[in-house]
Design a protein around this ligand. Structure first.
Ligand code: TXA
Ligand code: MG
Length: 325
């Protein structure tokens, strides 16, 4: 299917799975209530978890929001198109179904060339969560989205493996100070550098600002244990586990000496967390396809701009089953 054919499908009220630079999305025309409702049904997504609106760069967001604060304008100029989602006070033109009755609306302008062509052809906002069954790992290649959403009567737009592999950063610009609602591909530090001011981190606050952050997320079907520390200590710990020989292991560096059932390289180097991020959901979907019951993931103790987002995803995917060795 071409981006143009996909846009015709969505304009006709169908759901379309499409690539972005972060993960695949499951889109519906935001102005079509029946189609938006179907997103929640297809994913098994709770109605109280709002959706992000996707637009192309040439679409004016003025009608969707009450105001565009100066800082938001600056961020849009700097980071759009790209993996930064901004949360504004919503206008009455955005349906309560999309925003789960919140007074805000999240908007994102993807940079993936196929998403750009698709959204330009649609010429209207596309409401889209990640293209996966609610609670399961996000998908970063079309085959994985097809497996999770098979028999769901949705259309698929091919776009290869998504380059970043982790969801966008969600930033609330509806209030000052602005705050991070979800860590993602763009780090808090790079946002602070661009704005030359500090940004609050609402992901650790007790007050729930983003419904999706409380839900079980990204989790494979098997028991996932994340092992954090120096390479040799990680390996020693994993090899001591009863389930080691029957497990699937997402490793970093060399696999020599590992004797598990299935091995998957998440990154060649300890320091290359960008590769790790781009392969994490490939690995988790692979584990589900293999019906792995026990999964180990190695994670380094070194930091990188994408560490916060990765730790958030690993924490949720493992249901906080993280071991520091
Ligand atoms: O990279 C991405 O953002 C991908 C691609 C497909 O664009 N989309 C994505 O959507 O990750 P989803 O629905 O899986 O995650 C959106 C997150 C959820 O945690 C949701 O609760 C939050 O954004 N969110 C959406 N609208 C919100 C709002 N008005 N206020 C607070 N949080 C909101
Ligand atoms: Mg999601």
């Amino acid at each position: 299917m071409t981006p143009q054919e996909a846009s015709q499908k969505i304009l006709a009220g169908e759901l379309v799975v499409f690539p972005t630079e972060t993960v695949y999305g499951l889109g519906a025309l935001a102005s079509n209530e029946a189609a938006v409702k179907r997103i929640f049904e297809v994913k098994g997504r709770p109605q109280h978890n709002p959706l992000i609106l996707h637009i192309s760069k040439d679409y004016s967001i003025k009608t969707l929001v009450e105001e565009i604060p100066a800082k938001a304008k600056f961020l849009m100029e700097h980071f759009w198109p790209g993996p930064l989602t901004l949360c504004f006070k919503k206008s009455s033109h955005v349906s309560d179904l999309v925003t789960a009755r919140l007074p805000t609306v999240c908007i994102r302008c993807p940079s993936h060339p196929i998403a750009v062509e698709f959204l330009q052809n649609v010429s209207a906002p596309v409401a889209a969560p990640s293209a996966n069954i609610s609670g399961s790992p996000s998908t970063t290649r079309l085959e994985d989205a097809k497996i999770q959403l098979e028999n769901k009567d949705v259309f698929f737009l091919e776009g290869g493996t998504t380059p970043i592999g982790l969801e966008s950063t969600v930033l609330d610009v509806s209030e000052d100070p602005i705050s991070i609602l979800r860590h993602g591909a763009i780090s808090k530090q790079s946002i602070e550098e661009v704005l030359n001011t500090s940004v609050a981190d609402a992901t650790k606050s007790q007050v729930i600002r983003s419904p999706g952050q409380t839900l079980e997320h990204y989790a494979p079907k098997g028991i996932l244990t994340v092992v954090i520390g120096q390479p040799e200590k990680r390996r020693t710990w994993i090899k001591q586990q009863k389930t080691y020989h029957d497990s699937s292991i997402g490793f970093i560096g060399s696999f020599s000496g590992l004797k598990a059932a299935h091995l998957y390289e998440l990154s060649e180097k300890e320091s290359d967390l960008e590769s790790f991020a781009s392969r994490l959901y490939l690995f988790l979907n692979w584990c589900d396809r293999l019906k792995s019951t026990h999964i180990f993931i190695e994670f380094p103790s070194v930091g990188s701009p994408i560490s916060e987002a990765l730790i958030d995803r690993l924490e949720k995917a493992s249901r906080k089953n993280m071991i520091f060795v």
